[in-house]
Design a protein around this ligand. Structure first.
Ligand SMILES: [Zn+2]
Ligand SMILES: [Zn+2]
Length: 345
């Protein structure tokens, strides 16, 4: 479609699980924004929560927050982007006006704008975003891989928060796309062991192909004893919980070392019962929350460009935008082989 036209196609979530293809008004960039034609947008587990009605966002909404595309127009104040630039758009951004944003700590902004949650998202032919939230892509990175740079940036931020050190023994719960990216980043950061925990063997195998040194299926008997044996009985220095399963958070408490750190990378959809609070005390565990990838984008882009983080084999399905419902169905069915589903407008 030509961007001078007044409408575009977008996927609208009317009610939980009710998607339809809609003609939406063409978004107009403000002075500090760019209009981006979406070339690839990924379905992430957060989008699945929105689709299922497990996230407290307004409806109707255009879902989606992981996208790459081409700059079609820029506002008058935009200087670092040009029409035709290949770009990746951040999933969320600070309000730009509060004390946190003005001091450069926009990741702490209480009024962060989140695509596909607090405003219409990326499952559309076009989107607008502040230029400060748009990053140029090097030519080596294809659009279908670039959409996942959002997940890489979130993982970079998780690594910075968890600070795995040279020689550390790192565990990752959840061999989804985020867990596998975390495994690759932990390796780059010098972890001596990266043990990935999960419930599905084929996904654990995928993690093995991307930097995991050992795999543990938590459905097997005595998995925790086996996991501890991998660390000479000491437990892991840093654990990233990327499965979104509250039970995995408890499991992490069992196998973290005394004085170790647990980073919660997941977006849990409610309170967690039976939290093993006594272990926080007895093992002096540090529990760290991570939200989003602000500040992690330049490093994420460079990691993918250099090949240090491999994304290509993690994209399992590419569908036209109008098949978004099939994309969500693929993710919900959890069939073997479904990793990252990408929609192409
Ligand atoms: Zn995401
Ligand atoms: Zn702000």
């Amino acid at each position: 479609m030509n961007p001078t036209e007044s409408t575009m196609r977008a996927i609208v979530l009317q009610r939980p699980r009710e998607l339809f293809v809609s003609e939406a008004p063409m978004p107009q960039p403000a002075e500090d924004e760019a209009l981006v034609r979406v070339r690839a947008t990924g379905i992430c587990s957060t989008d699945l929560m929105v689709f299922q009605g497990r996230y407290s966002n307004r409806l109707p909404i255009v879902p989606g927050h992981e996208a790459a595309g081409v700059v079609e127009r820029i506002g008058a104040q935009v200087s670092h982007l040009q029409v035709g630039d290949r770009v990746v758009v951040e999933a969320s951004w600070g309000c730009g006006a509060c004390a946190m944003c003005l001091s450069g700590e926009d990741f702490f902004c209480a009024n962060r704008v989140s695509q596909g949650r607090t405003r219409n998202g990326t499952f559309a032919e076009y989107l607008t975003a502040p230029a400060r939230a748009i990053h140029a892509l090097p030519p080596e990175i294809e659009f279908n891989d670039a959409q996942a740079i959002i997940t890489v940036a979130c993982s970079v931020r998780a690594i910075r928060r968890g600070r795995p050190d040279m020689g550390d023994r790192v565990a990752i719960f959840g061999p989804g796309i985020a867990g596998i990216i975390l495994a690759q980043l932990a390796r780059i950061n010098g972890a001596s062991e990266v043990v990935v925990f999960g419930t599905r063997d084929w996904r654990l195998e995928a993690a093995h192909n991307h930097g995991a040194s050992e795999l543990v299926n938590v459905r097997q008997d005595h998995w925790a004893l086996r996991a501890l044996a991998l660390t000479d009985g000491q437990g892991f220095d840093v654990i990233f919980e990327a499965s979104g399963n509250p039970e995995a958070l408890f499991d992490a408490h069992r196998v973290v070392r005394t004085g170790g750190r647990i980073v919660t990378f997941s977006l849990y959809d409610g309170p967690i019962d039976q939290f093993p609070a006594q272990m926080l005390y007895s093992k002096e565990i540090t529990l760290i929350g991570v939200r989003g990838g602000a500040g992690g984008y330049p490093h994420a882009i460079e990691s993918v460009r250099s090949g240090a983080v491999q994304l290509g084999s993690l994209v399992s399905h590419i569908l036209p935008l109008s098949d978004a419902d099939e994309g969500f169905a693929l993710m919900e069915r959890k069939e073997k082989g479904v990793m990252r589903v990408v929609l192409t407008p």
